[in-house]
Each structure stands twice: as structure tokens, then as C-alpha cells.
Design a protein around this ligand. Structure first.
Ligand SMILES: Nc1ncnc2c1ncn2[C@@H]1O[C@H](COP(=O)(O)OP(=O)(O)OP(=O)(O)O)[C@@H](O)[C@H]1O
Ligand SMILES: [Mg+2]
Length: 278
């Protein structure tokens, strides 16, 4: 597998700020992977995300997308075509009065021919499960539905990579589930590379990889099971761990010697039952 996004010793300071918001980030995102990024408020997650499609460029170091340096202004369009971004508030991302016009907006701006736009819009709406709503008014949809329309708008540009910065922050639990299952399907079935920035640890469980940020640094990086098993580190970052990990960790404190990297509830129950019997 090859890296589609590569950060090399990336430092970034906002103009007028005294402290760095990214402090020497090295990170490679593999093609087709689902990477979750977790971290407390102000840890640098959004700053990291904005470096992935050249909304921000490093103060020092380098970011490349498909080998293209994001600081190369002549290649900005190539970068924006390769990396689609979805933000927190779906209302800020909706531009048209009809769902299908909204989804068509970005590819129209890219100069895609009308017949192909029709095809892309229909395909994108089907992929996010919103095809039946194509003639509806976006402002009458639920938060989760609006966010899925925003995702369809990004998919219609046919990017290789989709970066979502807390796309579920303003949604209710059902909207959150809709959005997370939509993006994980895009990765698993369509082979898209997904970077999901989130505050919710349960949204990270299905990712291939979990990156934890703290004060502009990456403090943990690995499979979700492995990262969550570092219970003390996670708690010192103000992050919670899944209930399975928490239970195993608490039992170990009482003298058990259970593995901490079990996220599946049934496997966790089996491990606990076996340990009690032993
Ligand atoms: N536009 C800006 N100008 C100056 N400083 C900024 C700006 N945006 C963010 N920062 C600072 O950069 C640091 C990282 O912020 P960032 O928004 O990347 O964090 P975050 O992890 O996305 O936080 P949150 O969970 O609240 O979204 C913080 O210290 C923040 O105050
Ligand atoms: Mg943020």
C-alpha cells in the first residue's frame, strides 16, 4: 500500500500566535485506509485536517497529497480535487434549494459535462442513501440527512480521499450512526481513503487506525484496539476508552491478567469468563 497523504516534520503556527499548533508532525495515510483522529479541544485536529487539502500550508516541513506538495500553488486544483472536506455544520455546506442541485454544485464548478454530472449526482446520492430525497429541500431534512447530502456533494467530485472534521458534532445519535456507517461503507466498498476527525471514541472503533493528538503532537498511533489499551495515556488526555477496555483494565487492577486489546463485547465476555474459571 502506498501513502496518499504524507506529513514530513510539519510545524504550523497561526499568524499572531506565540505557540505552535502543530509541532513536527510525521504522518503517512495509506491509500484505502480508514484513519480516525482523536484528541482533546485545541489539540490540533482541525489544523491537521486543513493541511490535508491546502487550506493551510506548513510554516516548516512538507505535506504531499499523491506526491504533490501542498505549498505548490499551481497544483492547488489538483489537490482540492483529490481531497474532499466535510465540516461540522451541514447548514454551512448546503448551497442550493434542492438536494440534487446541491450535490451538482461542486462538479459543475469543476467543469464536468452535464450528462456526466447527472450520473455522478445520482450515484453519489445512492451511495449515501439519499437518492429518494433528490427533489427535496435540504433545509427540511434532519441533521444526519443534511450531512449525508454534504458528503454526496463531496463524493460527486470523485475525490480519492475524504477528510471529515467532526461531521457528527451537531447531530443526534441516529444522525451520527447514519453518517459513520455511510463513511465506513465508502471506505470498505468504494475503496476511498477516509480521515475522520472526531471527539467520540465510539466512532473510532471501526477504523483501521487511530491517531491521538495532544497539544500539536501525535501521542499515540496504531490500531484502535492497541491505542485504547493504553488506558492511562488516554485518560491523561481527557479521553474515554470503550467499556470493554475499561472493564478489562479494572479487572487487572484487581489482580487479573487480561489482554486489554479486546473491543468486541462477546470476545470480552468470553475472556472474562475464562479468567474467572481459571
Ligand atoms: N484561526 C486561528 N487563529 C489562531 N489560533 C488558532 C486558530 N485556529 C486554531 N487556533 C489554535 O490552534 C490550536 C489548535 O486548534 P485546532 O482548532 O486545530 O484544535 P482542535 O483539536 O481541532 O480543537 P477542537 O476539538 O476544539 O475542534 C489551538 O490552540 C487553537 O487555539
Ligand atoms: Mg477542530
Amino acid at each position: 500500500m502506498s501513502a496518499v497523504i504524507r506529513f514530513e516534520n510539519v510545524h504550523f503556527t497561526y499568524p499572531g500566535d506565540e505557540t505552535e499548533s502543530l509541532c513536527g508532525i510525521d504522518l503517512e495515510i495509506e491509500e484505502g485506509s480508514f484513519v480516525a483522529v482523536l484528541g482533546h479541544n485545541g489539540s490540533g485536529k482541525s489544523t491537521l485536517a486543513k493541511h490535508m487539502n491546502a487550506i493551510l500550508v506548513p510554516s516548516e516541513g512538507k505535506v504531499t497529497v499523491n506526491g504533490i506538495d501542498t505549498a505548490d500553488e499551481e497544483r492547488l486544483i489538483d489537490i482540492r480535487r483529490s481531497v474532499g472536506m466535510v465540516f461540522q455544520n451541514p447548514d454551512n455546506q448546503i448551497v442550493a434549494n434542492v438536494v440534487e442541485d446541491d450535490v451538482a454544485f461542486a462538479p459543475e464548478n469543476l467543469g464536468v459535462p452535464p450528462t456526466e454530472i447527472r450520473q455522478r449526482v445520482d450515484a453519489a446520492l445512492k451511495q449515501v442513501g439519499m437518492y429518494e430525497y433528490r427533489e427535496h429541500a435540504p433545509h427540511l431534512l434532519s441533521g444526519g440527512q443534511k450531512q449525508r447530502v454534504a458528503i454526496a456533494g463531496v463524493i460527486a467530485m470523485e475525490p480519492k480521499i475524504i477528510v471529515l472534521d467532526e461531521p457528527t458534532a451537531m447531530l443526534d445519535p441516529m444522525g451520527r450512526r447514519e453518517v459513520i456507517s455511510t463513511i465506513s461503507r465508502l471506505c470498505r466498498e468504494k475503496g476511498m481513503t477516509v480521515v475522520l476527525i472526531t471527539h467520540h471514541m465510539d466512532e473510532c472503533v471501526g477504523a483501521d487506525r487511530l491517531v491521538v493528538m495532544s497539544n500539536g503532537h501525535i501521542v499515540s498511533d496504531g490500531s484502535p484496539a492497541r491505542v485504547f489499551s493504553q488506558v492511562e495515556l488516554m485518560e491523561s488526555e481527557g479521553l474515554t476508552v470503550p467499556e470493554t477496555t475499561r472493564l478489562l483494565f479494572d479487572l487487572n487492577r484487581e489482580g487479573f491478567d487480561l489482554p486489554l486489546d479486546i473491543l468486541d463485547t462477546e470476545l470480552c465476555a468470553d475472556a472474562v469468563a475464562a479468567a474467572i474459571r481459571a
